[in-house]
Design a binder for this molecule. Structure first.
Ligand code: ASP
Ligand code: MG
Length: 456
């Protein structure tokens, strides 16, 4: 049996935090059940690498030097704080030197060409994970845990879409069977970097920013496909899990112990920055639970995301600000077929994605992100309809399970809202949310009232 444990950038951000991770990993499970540990780059390092890449291509030599210096220093300082044996320390220092040399060469190459190919970009961005994961493996061995570092490029097979590579899941499972299972069977904890994989040519690829969660899910899936029992994928981060509401607005917010994948997806869309739903799909599809836990408070139970979570009813209240509504009306078009298609084709043409939609006989209300470029949309819509805009709105969503079939949810929502003015409502489009739009200024009050109604 294997757990996959993924630690994000803040969880491995300093030597002290890396030692905490080593303690956490080292004290759990039995030797017969070693875990697979996936780590992000040390917090801020990927951003530094992106900065280095940009200054290199713009030939900003000083900025590039400064970035190179800082990236090297972050890792060397961490290494010296890990209290490794002399041998281990030497090996790690050599690995850092080697990666930093490569980093410098890539930076130089980019500045000579004054351009960055996606392939070069990936080779550069991968360096954070390639170093951080080696440090974690060494820290584990320093406290007596039998741990082995495996290069993520030996594990994760991807296509050649640099910067946003897609996994080749069957090939990844084959590599796991050959490279990873023997280590686990020998009782060794396997440590690797997230975010990084290899194209069929062997070239380094990355999964896109924040991609380490996706790596963790893919690795859990590959273990399972290769025949291992995977009990859970734990995403160790700096929040307790998914909460019933944003605690900055609703101080009474509390932890949600369990959510379904669909609910997690809704909440992610509303900026609960905890988990991106697409990233955990490989795990969810195989019925492997994904648990979000706080590495600063390891005793907390966290939130479990399951394909089929238990319970029904309201699970959380979410809100997203910065929304504009367009009201598109046309009395002449009353009941005309093809009208809605015509309206939405305008949004498509201008590549503006729409969010909440509500319709009546003679009008369609549509919300979009306030940053969307609307001039062209309004101009084109005005050719056949009357258009008005309402800005500074917020979308509020009551997220839960079987909402459509649970009698009385809407009544409770509107009773709780009381005199908070609702600009538009979309209900029943999904069984997992009931969504409405209010003025941005009213949103905190709406959240507080709904939270009180459903959770207090
Ligand atoms: N280090 C990468 C990033 O910062 C991947 C990750 O942390 O998930 O985007
Ligand atoms: Mg992350």
């Amino acid at each position: 049996m294997t757990d996959v444990l993924k630690f994000g950038g803040t969880s491995v951000g300093t030597a002290e935090r890396i030692r905490d991770v080593a303690r956490l990993v080292g004290t759990r499970g039995r030797v017969e059940d070693p875990c697979l540990v996936v780590v992000s780059a040390m917090g801020g390092v990927t951003d530094l690498l992106v900065g280095l890449k940009n200054s290199s291509s713009e030939r900003k030599k000083e900025a590039a030097e400064a970035a190179l210096h800082e990236i090297g220093a972050r890792h060397r300082v961490a290494l010296s704080g890990l209290a490794l044996s002399a041998d281990e320390s030497r090996v790690c220092a050599a690995a850092i030197d080697e990666e930093m040399l490569r980093c410098r060469e890539l930076s130089l190459g980019i500045s000579l060409l004054e351009e960055i190919s996606p392939r070069t970009s990936d080779a550069l961005l991968a360096i954070g994970e390639l170093i951080s994961s080696r440090l974690v493996a060494a820290a584990l061995r320093a406290r007596g845990t039998d741990a082995v570092w495996v290069d993520p490029r030996e594990m994760l097979a991807t296509d050649a879409t640099h910067g946003a590579a897609l996994a080749d899941e069957p090939e990844t499972a084959r590599r796991f069977a050959a490279r990873v299972l023997p280590e686990l069977a020998a009782g060794r904890v396997v440590v690797t970097g997230g975010f990084v994989g290899a194209a069929p040519s062997g070239a380094t690829t990355t999964l896109g920013r924040g991609g380490s969660d996706y790596s963790a899910a893919l690795f859990g899936a590959a273990l399972k496909d290769a025949g291992r029992v995977v009990s859970a994928i734990e995403i160790w981060t700096d929040v307790d899990g998914i909460l019933t509401a944003d605690p900055r607005i609703v101080p009474q917010a509390r932890l949600v112990p369990e959510v379904s994948a669909a609910e997690a997806a809704e909440l992610a869309f509303f900026g609960a920055k905890v988990l991106h739903p697409a990233t955990i799909r490989p795990a969810v599809a195989r019925g492997i639970p994904v648990v979000v836990r706080n590495s600063f408070r390891p005793d907390g139970a966290g939130t479990i995301v399951r394909r089929d979570a238990a319970g029904t009813g309201v699970r959380a209240i979410a809100m997203r600000k910065g929304v504009t509504a367009l009201f598109v009306g046309s009395p002449r078009m009353l009941l005309a077929y093809g009208y809605a298609a015509k309206v939405f084709s305008v949004f498509e043409r201008h590549r503006v994605s729409v969010d909440v939609i509500a319709t009546s006989e003679v009008s369609i209300s549509i919300t979009v992100d306030e940053k969307a470029a609307l001039d062209g949309v309004v101009r084109d819509l005005s050719e056949f309809a009357e258009v008005s805009l309402l800005e500074h709105l917020a979308v509020v969503s009551v997220v839960g399970r079987n909402l459509r079939s649970t009698a009385g949810i809407a009544v409770r929502v509107f009773a709780a809202l009381g005199d908070v003015n609702v600009v538009l409502v979309s209900q029943g489009a999904s069984d997992t949310n009931m969504t409405f739009v209010v003025a941005e200024g009213d949103a905190p009050e709406a959240l507080l009232r709904l939270h009180k109604e459903f959770f207090e």
